[in-house]
Design a protein around this ligand. Structure first.
Ligand code: FE
Ligand code: FE
Length: 305
């Protein structure tokens, strides 16, 4: 494993960088294009590819016009609160049609374990579905069966991303912590260092739930807000020098946490969720060294199979 110090980069010249970067409407297609064969986790990645395909279908052809109440969205924005607050909306019924539609449209591959997981979710009643979803969005992965996580996570993601991208002119304010999504209040999944136009050189965190991206200055731990002693760690790779690796973890010695960063300058076509999944080896190494990862990926139960 290679460890390098990132040069103390000066923030890009723009005096006030754009706070938001919204994902494109084909975000789920971008994800599935990156999940490739020949990987040690190929079976799991193929399952995720299938789910991304269904998610994109639901984005392009949503099941119903299930939107959170417009007045509530307006009031939240007026008060600088996340309009799509996950912890409250997940307790309501408004996201359930997306799960129904996903379960209807998803064709499970022949593996018995996958069929069983989908059957478990199909036969769960509304109360059970909500209880599992509440656990998932609050990061309590041990409170629901690991096997249902990717399917439930995919349904929640498509609901929240669809709402985000169907609501024009959102006025969003930074959350209570740097790692919190301004649109839905969920924790970031990863960071992206952008490389084009007005976003060049800026860091955006990507929401684990709605995929909204928000600006956070670089070279600062997003969990404890310290800059001291941060290290940038990547897996050794024949194709990239350590300071050109497209995926690096920003490791904080102060709070023993890390956040994975994707450098588009070094891999222009990369997408955050799929890159996170195909670089799980880096997480395993950092976990062995005693670092914790506060950033969830809703399609993967930590330690699940
Ligand atoms: Fe979000
Ligand atoms: Fe920290």
């Amino acid at each position: 494993m290679a460890t390098i110090l990132e040069p103390g980069e000066i923030e890009a010249a723009a005096s006030s960088p754009p706070f938001l970067h919204l994902p494109p409407k084909n975000l789920f297609t971008l994800r599935l294009e990156r999940l490739v064969d020949g990987h040690p986790l190929a079976d799991y990645l193929r399952l995720v590819t299938g789910l991304c395909h269904v998610q994109q279908g639901l984005m392009d052809d949503p099941p119903v016009t299930a939107m959170p109440d417009a007045e509530r969205l307006r009031v939240c924005q007026q008060h600088g609160l996340p309009p799509f607050a996950a912890e409250s909306l997940v307790r309501e019924d408004v996201w359930l049609p997306y799960l129904d539609a996903l379960l209807q449209r998803y064709q499970p591959p022949p593996q018995p374990a996958v069929k069983k997981a989908v059957a478990t979710l199909r036969s769960a009643n509304v109360g059970q579905r909500k209880a599992w979803a509440i656990a998932l969005v609050s990061g309590q992965f041990t409170m629901l069966p690991a096997a249902v996580v990717p399917f439930l996570g995919a349904a929640l993601q498509i609901a929240w991303s669809h709402w985000l991208l169907s609501t024009p002119d959102l006025a969003l304010k930074p959350g209570d912590s740097l790692s919190q999504c301004p649109a839905c209040g969920s924790p970031a999944m990863a960071g992206v260092i952008r490389h084009r136009g007005k976003y060049n050189g800026l860091r955006y965190l990507v929401c684990s739930l709605c995929a909204c991206e928000w600006h956070v200055v670089r070279v600062k731990c997003v969990y404890c807000e310290q800059s001291k002693g941060l290290e940038y760690v990547s897996l050794e790779d024949d194709r990239h020098a350590a300071n050109q690796a497209p995926v690096r973890a920003e490791v904080c010695p102060g709070c023993h946490s890390y956040l994975k960063l994707l450098y588009l300058e070094n891999d222009a076509e990369a997408e955050a969720l799929s890159t996170d999944l195909i670089s799980l080896l880096l997480d395993m190494r950092l976990e062995q060294e005693g670092y914790q990862r506060p950033a969830p990926n809703l399609l993967l139960a930590p330690g699940g199979d």
